[in-house]
Structures are given as structure tokens and as C-alpha cells.
Design a protein around this ligand. Structure first.
Ligand SMILES: C[S@@+](CC[C@H](N)C(=O)[O-])C[C@H]1O[C@@H](n2cnc3c(N)ncnc32)[C@H](O)[C@@H]1O
Length: 247
């Protein structure tokens, strides 16, 4: 679903008020959809990125020479306290084993008064880019486990996690992107790559069930070409250290 994360990136950067002169960390950068937007706004020297996946780290390093990209997870960031003006995580919080620990660590490496921001697709409200796929999967198999229970994927949950992580002035919002699909095949192809929970689910089906799922998706979608709108929950909070050194 990387093609949806490209138009999402400027919106998350706006939501976090990323502006020239800042130093910003991209947590869970993947191949670099948000990294690209940060480089565009700030220049490569002002951007750092981490991801626990070594292939993604290699891809991001190759694409963005000059950006410091390291292999690390959100809950163990290889940076000093207050190293950044902002720390952002686009479509990552729901993959964290302990989202509050990850957000707390993002706050640790952000300066006093700086911003932590994140977004997660609206999997629970049925407005994420994968929602139609999971709707079709549910119709064919009501026991299917979709992504709606993941952290941050339901209304207000991301903001709750930010509060639990000790962030201040927490605000939540909705980011929304439109993506044009010239054909059904263009929409379906990423689900055949075995990537992520949806791709893994499709890959585990036998040929007949796989074909039924594909055809049910085709029925549910508008006639091609079509434009789909996908929404993500977003939250941001301010780092405020107390006089006693806590947050
Ligand atoms: C859906 S991708 C999003 C990538 C990129 N931020 C974007 O918007 O395109 C999720 C990324 O989170 C990374 N990830 C998973 N668990 C993580 C963790 N605990 N800390 C940081 N990143 C993590 C994955 O390796 C993957 O690159």
C-alpha cells in the first residue's frame, strides 16, 4: 500500500508543522515515503530515519543519500535525548509490540517543546485502503482476523496512546488521500505480493478461494477507472519535560 502512503506524507508533515530549519526523525521509514517529503522540506542533512527491517534500511539509504538511516525499532532509538525538533511515525504505531513504549522513546529523543506525530489507517472505521479487501474476506469467511483491532486503527485510540506516553496538548485528526486506479488489476496487484497481513492472508488461500475473494472485490469496487479515498487517524503531542526531569 506504499502508493497510498506517498500522498499521505505531506499531510502528516503539515499536521506535525514540519518546517525548514528543523531536524526531524522518521520512525519506521520503510522504503521512504515520508523520508522523501522530509528531505524535500528540510534537506537530507536535517533528516534521520530508522526501521527495524534491514532491506528497508538499505532501500532508504540508496534512495536518499545524505539521510542518516539506521536499523532500529521505535522502542530503542539510537539517539541522545532531545536530538530532534520532531519525531514522526507514518503507518507504524500499529506494528509496534508496545506502542506506548515506542511513543515514549520518540518523545525522549525530541526536544522540549518539540512535536511527536503519527498516523494509522482507519482500519476499524472501514475507510482504510485495505478495508474493501477485508470486507470481501469477511463475507467469504466471517472468522477472518482483519487489522481493525490494531493499535491506533480506531477513532481516538492514537490520541489515547499519546496521552499514555506522557505527551502534552495532544490533538487528534483525520488525514485523507485520493488515489486513482486505472483498472481493477491495478488495485488488486499489490494483494498478490504476499506483503503485510492482507497479502499474507491472500497468499494462504487455495486457488479457488483466492479467485472468489478477487471476484468479490471486483464486484464491490466501482467500475474502472475509479478513485478511492482512504482515511488515516492522526495524533500529535508536544514534549514537555518537567523541572524534575520527567515528562
Ligand atoms: C506500512 S510500513 C510504513 C513505512 C513508511 N513509514 C511509509 O509511510 O510508507 C510500516 C513500517 O514500520 C516498520 N516497523 C515495524 N515495527 C516497527 C517498530 N517497532 N519500530 C519502528 N518501525 C517498525 C516496518 O519495518 C515498516 O517499514
Amino acid at each position: 500500500m506504499g502508493r497510498y502512503s506517498v500522498p499521505l506524507a505531506p499531510q502528516l508533515a503539515d499536521f506535525a508543522a514540519v518546517a525548514p530549519g528543523q531536524r526531524v526523525l522518521d520512525v519506521g521509514c520503510g522504503p521512504g515515503a515520508l523520508t522523501a517529503e522530509l528531505v524535500r522540506r528540510l534537506g537530507p542533512d536535517a533528516v534521520s530515519a530508522v526501521d527495524p527491517s534491514k532491506p528497508f534500511v538499505a532501500a532508504a539509504r540508496e534512495r536518499y543519500p545524505g539521510v542518516s538511516v539506521q536499523a532500529a525499532a521505535a522502542d530503542q532509538l539510537p539517539f541522545e535525548d532531545q536530538a530532534f525538533d520532531a519525531a514522526l511515525a507514518q503507518l507504524v504505531v500499529h506494528f509496534m509490540a508496545d506502542p506506548v513504549a515506542g511513543l515514549r522513546e520518540m518523545a525522549r529523543v525530541t526536544r522540549d517543546g518539540g512535536v511527536v506525530a503519527a498516523c494509522v489507517w482507519d482500519h476499524a472505521g472501514g475507510k482504510g485502503p485495505l478495508s474493501l479487501f477485508w470486507q470481501a474476506a469477511h463475507e467469504l469467511d466471517p472468522k477472518v482476523e482483519d487489522e481493525s483491532r490494531l493499535a491506533g486503527a480506531r477513532s481516538g485510540h492514537l490520541a489515547e496512546l499519546f496521552q499514555a506516553a506522557g505527551l502534552h496538548d495532544v490533538e487528534d485528526g483525520v488525514l485523507s488521500v485520493d488515489l486513482a486506479h486505472p483498472s481493477f488489476e491495478d488495485w488488486w496487484e499489490p494483494f498478490t505480493l504476499g506483503v503485510g497481513p492482507a497479502g499474507g492472508y491472500a497468499a494462504g488461500l487455495d486457488t479457488e478461494r483466492h479467485a472468489r475473494l478477487r471476484e468479490r472485490c471486483r464486484e464491490l469496487l466501482p467500475a474502472a477507472p475509479f478513485v478511492l479515498t482512504a482515511a488515516a487517524w492522526a495524533a500529535r503531542g508536544v514534549v514537555q519535560r518537567t523541572a524534575f526531569g520527567g515528562r
